[in-house]
Write a protein that binds this ligand. Structure first.
Ligand code: CO8
Length: 258
């Protein structure tokens, strides 16, 4: 598939997907979300890729769903037409780690898409917000659910009801992003982090991702039981053999293809 709204780069075992509708502040529309799903599934299945970075430009990650595209929608286009559900959430099916790398605005659907990544690294110019109320709708892709889980109810309610944006430092302080870098060093840091993960056994990275996500869907006891199954099963894998042998032999492990 040729992409018109995405740019793709490869850096070793890291695939970078860049949202690219510069004239519309990377507003998310059907075509972009279809392309994004295609690229994500392709890299998830590619043995040459261990980690995926999802990013935008240095000015904007995404300024939300495309308001021009949806302004004239009626109910028939939304619930029966499965707006959002039809192509927005492919990212949630990706089993390899997906790092969201945010510079500039991540607003509305853009903030929701960022929150669907496994973790976020932000530039110091990043701004996160859920301004949907200002265009007369609620968030529709998880803003009212993932934001309070990420930063707590008080901050989330404030952002959702007043449309107040938070900057990168507040996002880091409240746990929405894991690291912040100066804007001109953002991709260097993101690739460093991604390459660190890419050098680990990809099968274990997938199991960790699966287990952490399970923590948000189940009880503590069931979550730990889920994790324990992966831990036990690990002893039947080459990754465990190589990892522990390398430690005892005081050498770097080689997890290539594991
Ligand atoms: N949709 C469509 N076009 C947009 C959007 C958008 N969300 N955001 C910006 N643009 C366009 C502008 O219309 C403008 O186009 P033009 O040059 O043709 O006039 C161009 O991008 C540049 O934008 P600005 O001139 O406004 O640039 P500024 O630097 O002055 O401001 C902002 C940047 C602050 C990002 C501002 O553009 C803005 O507030 N944008 C809208 C943010 C917003 O309200 N987002 C929420 C949208 S609703 C939503 O996301 C619902 C999510 C539910 C799930 C979605 C499923 C698909």
């Amino acid at each position: 598939m040729e992409y018109s709204d995405l740019l793709i780069e490869h850096h070793g075992k890291v695939a970078v997907i860049r949202l690219n509708r510069p004239k519309a502040m990377n507003a998310l529309n059907d075509n972009m979300m279809n392309e994004l799903g295609d690229a994500l599934y392709k890299f998830d299945a590619d043995p040459g890729v261990n980690v995926i970075i999802l990013t935008g430009s240095d000015k904007v990650f995404a300024a939300g769903a495309d308001i021009a595209a949806m302004a004239d929608y009626g109910y028939a286009d939304t619930y029966p037409g499965n707006y959002i559900g039809r192509n927005w959430e492919h990212i949630l099916n990706v089993r390899k780690p997906v790092i969201g790398v945010v510079a500039g605005y991540a607003l509305g659907g853009g903030c929701e898409l960022a929150m669907m990544c496994d973790f976020l690294i932000a530039a110091d110019n990043a701004r996160f917000g859920q301004p949907e109320i200002k265009v007369g709708v609620t968030p529709g892709a998880g803003g009212t659910q993932r934001l309070p889980r990420a930063i707590g109810k008080a901050k989330a309610m404030d952002m959702l009801l007043t449309t107040r944006m938070i900057d990168a430092l507040e996002a880091e302080r409240t746990g929405l992003v894991s690291r912040v870098a100066p804007a001109d060093e953002l991709m260097t840091l993101a690739l460093e982090v991604a390459n660190t993960i890419a050098a680990m056994p990809v099968s274990v990275a997938m199991q960790i991702k699966d287990s952490v996500n399970r923590a948000f869907e189940t009880t503590l006891t069931e979550g730990v039981r889920y994790e324990r199954r992966f831990f036990h099963a690990g002893f039947g894998t080459p990754a465990q053999k190589e990892g522990m042998k390398a430690f005892l032999e005081k050498r770097k492990p080689d997890f290539e293809g594991l």
